[in-house]
Write a protein that binds this ligand. Structure first.
Ligand code: SAH
Length: 352
């Protein structure tokens, strides 16, 4: 099988080139073409000989994405991208402009097996993990298309990043490598539904990234109703794992809390959330739930969201309501891909 050259680190490529008696500076040139100049293929690598480029394309896979659809918000310039991978699978990514810089939200898997009740990404199940190159390429493709530098990356699209652990770590090292795009580790957030052993493992990686935990409920009983993963790991395991992450990295934890009308948005919920959040150095991000048509969850009212936030603030918890980007182009996470898949099935059905 051909090697996936874009998922290889500079050290690995240098080693690989050595086997073909190609000097180390060539490895560096190749790496720069892929990860700094964001070349779309070997053909563009004009300081490598034609023969060398041909040998490379015989020997290696060069990961690229095909843009299927771009939706742009008229409200805030947010852009949603639907990409096709080389095997035809679809992933979506989002580009957002903030005052502190441009941010890209990437997917880490095709589909998801976690089954969170309010999330569209998991409705069709899990297909496969993304390679490091496929994660990087979402950022590279968006940089190429927009012509703008990406300074922040959030791994919050489709998939559970800690369920694709090795590729995620490889991706993080390559994204922050000074020989590549060199994104600051502090500008990267990885969001997890709470895979406890993996949170503890991530804490030991000596990375300065932010960990976001999808909390969404304050008791195991309620959490189990929203997130099947709560059957496996109780809050008394998840919260200490977050504390451990903070101890090891010094990075403040983000708790994501999607407010679902009548489910987790009462005064008592806010009070219980204060009790959890005051245990550790954290920031709470309240997300008004984005209703998906397959489930009958509704968003809490504006008044309830404000009241919830006030309660946390009164208890001196660091809290923000997630600014909703791209409201007009939207649908929740995973809906763009899902819509496309349904359309394709529908079209196939009609021609059969
Ligand atoms: N698997 C990771 C990352 C995926 S989604 C995780 O669970 O954290 C990123 C965040 O969006 C998670 O907090 C997820 O629970 C939340 N989310 C997914 N669908 C949502 C929806 N319809 N409305 C609000 N938040 C949603």
């Amino acid at each position: 099988m051909k090697k996936d050259i874009k998922s290889m680190t500079l050290d690995e490529i240098t080693e690989e080139m050595k086997q073909y008696s190609i000097p180390a500076f060539r490895a560096k040139q190749l790496y720069q073409w892929m990860h700094v100049k964001l070349a779309a293929g070997f053909d563009e690598m004009t300081n490598l000989s034609k023969q060398m480029r041909e040998e490379f394309s015989d020997r290696y896979i060069y990961t690229t994405l095909k843009t299927i659809r771009i939706q742009e918000s008229k409200l805030d310039g947010t852009k949603k991208f639907l990409f096709s991978l080389q095997d035809g699978n679809l992933v979506e990514s989002v580009f957002m402009r903030y005052h502190h810089g441009n941010s890209v939200c990437i997917s880490s898997q095709v589909g998801c097996k976690m089954g969170c009740r309010f999330c569209a990404s998991t409705l069709d199940g899990w297909e496969r993990n993304l390679t490091a190159a496929e994660m990087l390429e979402q950022i590279y493709a968006i940089t190429r298309i927009t012509g703008e530098r990406v300074s922040n990356v959030v791994v919050m699209g489709t998939g559970e990043p800690l369920d694709n652990y090795d590729n995620l770590i490889r991706f993080l090292h390559m994204l922050t490598d000074e020989n590549g795009l060199h994104v600051s580790q502090r500008n990267i957030t990885v969001s997890t539904c709470g895979l406890v052993p993996r949170i503890r493992k991530l804490a030991e990686e000596k990375l300065q990234i932010t960990l976001a935990l999808s909390l969404h409920a304050t008791t195991d009983e309620k959490r189990k109703k929203l997130m099947p993963i709560a059957e496996k790991y109780s809050l008394e395991e998840v919260i200490p794992a977050c504390e451990f992450y903070f101890e090891k990295t010094g990075r403040r934890i983000t708790f994501e809390y999607s407010l679902v009308g009548g489910v987790n948005d009462t005064k008592e919920d806010a009070q219980e959330l204060c009790a959890i959040a005051s245990r550790l150095n954290c920031h709470v991000n309240l997300i008004p739930v984005n209703p998906i048509k397959e489930r009958n969850y509704t968003r809490s009212s504006h008044h309830e969201i404000e009241a919830f936030k006030n309660k946390l603030e009164k208890n001196r918890i660091n809290v923000t309501i997630r600014r909703e980007m791209g409201q007009d182009i939207d649908g929740a996470c995973g809906q763009l891909r899902r819509r496309q898949l349904q359309q394709e099935t529908h079209e196939k059905g009609e021609t059969c």
